[in-house]
Design a binder for this molecule. Structure first.
Ligand SMILES: *Cc1c(COP(=O)(O)O)cnc(C)c1O
Length: 355
């Protein structure tokens, strides 16, 4: 068995992969493959309905919000969000907690007055900055809930008197959420929700229709709300597999159970990083991500040796992002505790040989 620690596209539950591959060969309901059916077929219409419904059940999403499955990746939300909801001349607050936030800020600047109210750039994004408690003069506050590259994560969302717009690409469905704090939640599927190819957008309907600029039809949230995410051909397979993954989360106790499971895995791994004399965490205690665990060697000369030990023990995707170095273990919902235990065992035996 291979232990998949890739950051994204990333691990999916075995049960989901089994069902998905069966559906590629033969959708029993129609005798066709999921890859060759119309997005207007009854089968897929039901998939879209259930994908939206299971998302609503998992996160308790009220009818004030639309749930969309779009394309263009989370990266397209960096401009779609301000394009649709930030009137020209008005201000929005952004927190810069790493590469994805930086990209969101760059795109948003074309649509309004973007104010960076906090940044952790000074320490290569290894913490989450303090921000002012009253940001009510801004249309919204944008933040990245989990910084996939640097390994920091908000454990609580700030109450700052303005709605939040949040990139949850790498921790959606990893824990319970109070959706009412958010005007927009968006997430590329390929970290914690499904395969690459679709982006989940949860959006408060009442905030739309308030900007006077021209919005291209395909970039207008209202287009996709009116057509139930099927204005044009939606990515059938990614939405289907995302639906299966969300149903898997539900069968395994929902997001509350995922939170417990994720905390158990993260605690096991951070405890070993803190204990092991060869390694150190890249992030200090209150900011540590439960999804992407970044860690470094005290002595970089062990780099190749540890990577070889991982390879010998069927651990893949553990190399750190080039902007942090070291290692990154992505331990999303689908990762089993036994795989994290396996990594911990490899770290212990590496220490016994090299410590
Ligand atoms: C991966 C990632 C993105 C980029 O997603 P794409 O779907 O590739 O555009 C954006 N934000 C975060 C937090 C990510 O982890």
């Amino acid at each position: 068995m291979t232990h998949n620690f890739f950051a994204g596209p990333a691990i999916l539950p075995q049960e989901v992969l089994a069902k998905a591959s069966e559906s590629v060969k033969n959708l029993t309901e129609m005798g066709l493959s999921i890859l060759e059916i119309s997005h207007r077929s009854e089968f897929f219409a039901n998939v879209m309905t259930e994908a939206e419904a299971v998302c609503r059940r998992l996160l308790n999403v009220s009818d004030d919000y639309a749930v969309l499955f779009l394309t263009g990746g989370a990266s397209s939300q960096f401009f779609m969000a301000p394009l649709n909801i930030l009137p020209s001349g008005e201000s929005a607050a952004y927190i810069d907690t790493g590469a994805w936030s930086t990209k969101a800020i760059k795109e948003a600047k074309h649509y309004g007055n973007i104010v960076e109210v906090g940044s952790s750039k000074d320490a290569n994004y290894n913490y989450l900055p303090e921000i002012e408690s009253d940001l009510s003069k801004y249309k919204y506050l944008h933040l990245t809930s989990n910084n996939t590259i640097f390994g920091t994560q908000y454990q609580e969302f700030p109450d700052v008197g303005t709605p939040l717009v949040c990139d949850m690409s790498s921790d959606i469905f990893s824990r319970p959420l109070d959706v009412s704090k958010f005007d927009i939640i968006y997430a590329g599927a390929q970290k914690n929700m499904g395969p690459a190819g679709t982006t989940l957008v949860i959006i408060k309907k009442s905030i739309l229709g308030k900007v006077d600029r021209h919005i291209p039809t395909m970039l207008n949230y209202e287009t996709h709300i009116a057509k139930g995410s099927s204005f044009n051909t939606p990515p059938v397979l990614p939405i289907y597999v995302s639906m299966l993954t969300m149903q898997w989360v539900e069968r395994h106790g929902g997001v509350a159970a995922m939170k417990v499971r994720n905390e158990e895995k993260a605690t096991l791994l951070y405890n070993e990083i803190d204990r092991n004399s060869l390694f150190k965490s890249a992030v200090s205690e209150p900011y540590r991500s439960k999804m992407n665990v970044t860690f470094l060697l005290n002595d970089e000369s062990h780099m190749d040796g540890f990577l070889a030990a991982c390879k010998d023990n069927a651990i893949v995707g553990i190399e750190g992002h080039r902007s942090v170095g070291g290692f990154r273990a992505s331990i999303y919902n689908a990762m089993e505790l036994s795989s994290v235990q396996h990594l911990v065992d490899v770290m212990k035996s590496f220490e016994a040989k090299n410590g």
